[in-house]
Design a protein around this ligand. Structure first.
Ligand code: UDP
Length: 239
């Protein structure tokens, strides 16, 4: 049996993680595959919370650049995360995983309102918790939501699932000289402006000494690999 490194984790999934070709919409097959991976770590006894983004449906900043009121656009983005959250919840429950979705914007017919103590209690009872609706405030991102919620629930680590297998010095798709980092400090990320998470999200992790592991979701079994201590992505932590 491989050793489990973490007791409670927060997995950040971008909206694109549940989309099909082209990064738009929701592909149920893709969602099911993610659900199966989450089920696997859940069955290992790891308390699991999820933060889901909404970029596959709506991104506030893009709509604002096209002329929409920024706050309205951001609320639309936050609602998009709820749609993704429901898709994830459905896929998890179909695999027999008990879940609760908690939203930062109240919509009681759809999900429970976010209450920190409830979230922790759900995890202690073996339920996977889905945090949707972002922080509930415009001008933030779901990466910042992930940092905030992870700190609030005392998670041991943020797992940031991406399409790339870690953090690179440049975009590895565009630049063949890009090198992959295995270890970074929060300051490295901020000073070199590396595309891990936005600066607000990184600062929150730095101030609270919360490690982030960036890894690829494209390879099956990677979530489990990370949690059993395999060094497959990039870890960001204090220097
Ligand atoms: N958003 C927001 N406040 C938050 C989280 C998200 O206003 O606390 C809005 C913002 O418009 C963002 C959209 O929701 O563009 C979708 O979230 P995000 O872009 O973080 O999703 P991801 O890139 O992870 O798919």
């Amino acid at each position: 049996m491989s050793k489990i490194k973490f007791k409670r984790v927060l997995l950040k999934l971008t909206g694109e993680a549940v989309s099909g070709e082209g990064g738009y919409g929701i592909d149920q097959k893709v969602v099911r595959n993610i659900a199966l991976e989450i089920k696997e770590i859940h069955e290992m006894g790891i308390e699991t919370a999820l933060v889901i983004g909404g970029g596959n449906i709506f991104r506030g900043s893009i709509a604002a650049n096209a002329g929409m009121d920024r706050v309205t656009a951001d609320y639309m983005g936050m609602l998009a995360t709820v749609i993704n959250g429901l898709a994830l919840q459905d896929a998890l429950e179909r695999e027999g995983v008990n879940t609760r979705m908690l939203t930062a914007i109240e919509m009681r017919q759809v999900a429970e309102p976010y209450v920190r103590r409830r979230a922790i209690r759900h995890m202690e009872k073996g339920r996977v918790v889905i945090f949707a609706g972002g922080t509930g405030s415009p001008y933030f991102t779901t990466d910042t939501t992930a940092s905030l919620r992870a700190i609030e629930i005392n998670a041991n680590v943020i797992l940031k699932a991406t399409k790339v297998d870690g953090v690179y010095s440049a975009d590895p798709v565009k630049d063949k000289n890009a090198v992959k980092f295995t270890d970074l400090t929060y300051m490295d990320v901020l000073q070199k402006d590396l595309k891990v998470m936005d600066a607000t999200a990184i600062s929150l992790c730095r101030d609270n000494n919360l490690p982030i592991i960036v890894f690829s979701l494209m390879k099956k079994g990677n979530i489990k690999r990370v949690l059993t201590g395999e060094k497959i992505g990039t870890i960001v932590k204090g220097g």
